[in-house]
Design a protein around this ligand. Structure first.
Ligand code: NAD
Ligand code: UDP
Length: 318
């Protein structure tokens, strides 16, 4: 019998890759999405698979059906998107978590939460270890996302303690790759699209802030390893690439790889933009036997090819 897996946010960037891998490895997949930031294009190649089902639904409302496990990914992830309707962003993390945890509790099944490095806020230690509690502004423009995700983690751990629910919490660090929306405002998609179009490259601040970029294939492998790990392993576990780079270095690399004549322009740094971010991934390595393998250059080349085809209106899926 095939395992039936629910993926919330399954039409989004990460969710669409996860649905594809789950289907390819013999699962039945139910993708629940309200299409706020996801798109049908991301799942076009899956739609004819009889074991794939798409349900348009907002997870801030309850949901009733029978599944064997849940990956809870629904939530806009890029700052410009999660700031469009901040109240809905918090509701998605908090009410959405309560609804999905309730479903998991009724069915007595495992549930994985896609948490984020944003729970560390603007961190005082670098790299970030899971034991670090973070430095988060509770009332800023990023708080709807950061605090929503922190509260979701609280809910997961309380359902675990109170109801013995089998939980899995991963903290995902900046991930990139095909199926990102060209206009979602995240740095990798922004800079690649700008370079390919020959527009100015926008660096916020002086570009000395750092991030660590993980290619999507590596990340999905980590999500699946976490879900399939022993029930005792509940996390939180950081998933990300340890290769730390400044935004300026990233911009220069993208300019080189796209052979672009675009010029760099500097714009104001958004409020509460973290100055550094890099995961300590020892737990993922020791417990899950997982580490990111794909270098930034290799991942960027694949991502550039995706956006190049998208901008030229070419069919993306073979
Ligand atoms: P995304 O915006 O591409 O995908 C999110 C998906 O959730 C979209 O398809 C969107 O339509 C859907 N969604 C949003 N609100 C919903 C709701 N109320 N009900 C149902 N569906 C809803 O983002 P992503 O990069 O694929 O991120 C997926 C998850 O991983 C998010 O929870 C995000 O917080 C987390 N994450 C991602 C990254 C990253 O770098 N990509 C980093 C840290 C954490
Ligand atoms: N950034 C940038 N230019 C852009 C978009 C983002 O310099 O066009 C910066 C942003 O200020 C941040 C970093 O790149 O310092 C990563 O931004 P992103 O929105 O991708 O993710 P997050 O801040 O959530 O890590």
């Amino acid at each position: 019998m095939k395992k039936r897996t629910l993926v919330t946010g399954g039409a989004g960037f990460l969710g669409s890759h996860l649905c594809e891998i789950l289907l390819n490895t013999g699962n039945e997949v139910i993708c629940v999405d309200n299409f706020f930031t996801g798109s049908k294009r991301n799942i076009l190649n899956l739609i004819n698979n009889p074991y794939f089902e798409v349900i348009r639904h907002d997870i801030t409302f309850p949901l009733y059906f029978e599944v064997d496990e849940i990956f809870n990914l629904a939530c806009p992830a890029s700052p410009i998107n999660y700031q469009i309707d901040p109240v809905q962003t918090t509701k998605t993390s908090v009410h959405g978590a309560i609804n999905m945890l309730g479903l998991a509790k009724r069915l007595k099944i495992k549930i994985l939460q896609a948490s984020t490095s944003e729970v560390y806020g603007d961190p005082e230690i670098n790299p970030q270890v899971e034991e670090y509690w973070g430095k988060v502004n509770p009332i800023g423009t990023r708080s709807c996302y950061d605090e929503g995700k922190r509260c979701a983690e609280t809910l997961f751990f309380d359902y675990h303690r109170q109801n013995k629910l089998k939980i899995k919490v991963v903290r995902i660090f900046n991930t990139y790759g095909p199926n990102m929306q060209p206009n979602d405002g995240r740095v990798v998609s922004n800079l690649i699209v700008q370079s390919l179009k020959g527009n100015d490259i926008t660096i916020y601040g002086d570009g000395s802030q750092t991030r660590s970029f993980c290619y999507v294939d590596d990340l999905i492998d980590g999500l699946i390893k976490m879900m399939n790990s022993d029930d005792k392993i509940i996390g939180p576990i950081n998933l990300g690439n340890k290769e730390e780079t400044t935004i300026k270095e990233l911009a220069e690399m993208i300019l080189k790889l796209t052979n672009s004549k675009s010029k760099i322009v500097y714009k104001p740094l958004p409020a509460d933009d973290p100055k550094v971010r890099c995961p300590n991934t020892d737990k993922a390595k020791n417990i899950l036997k997982w580490q990111a393998k794909i270098s930034l250059e290799v991942g960027l080349k694949k991502t550039i090819e995706y956006f190049d085809n998208l901008l030229k209106g070419k069919e993306i899926y073979s």
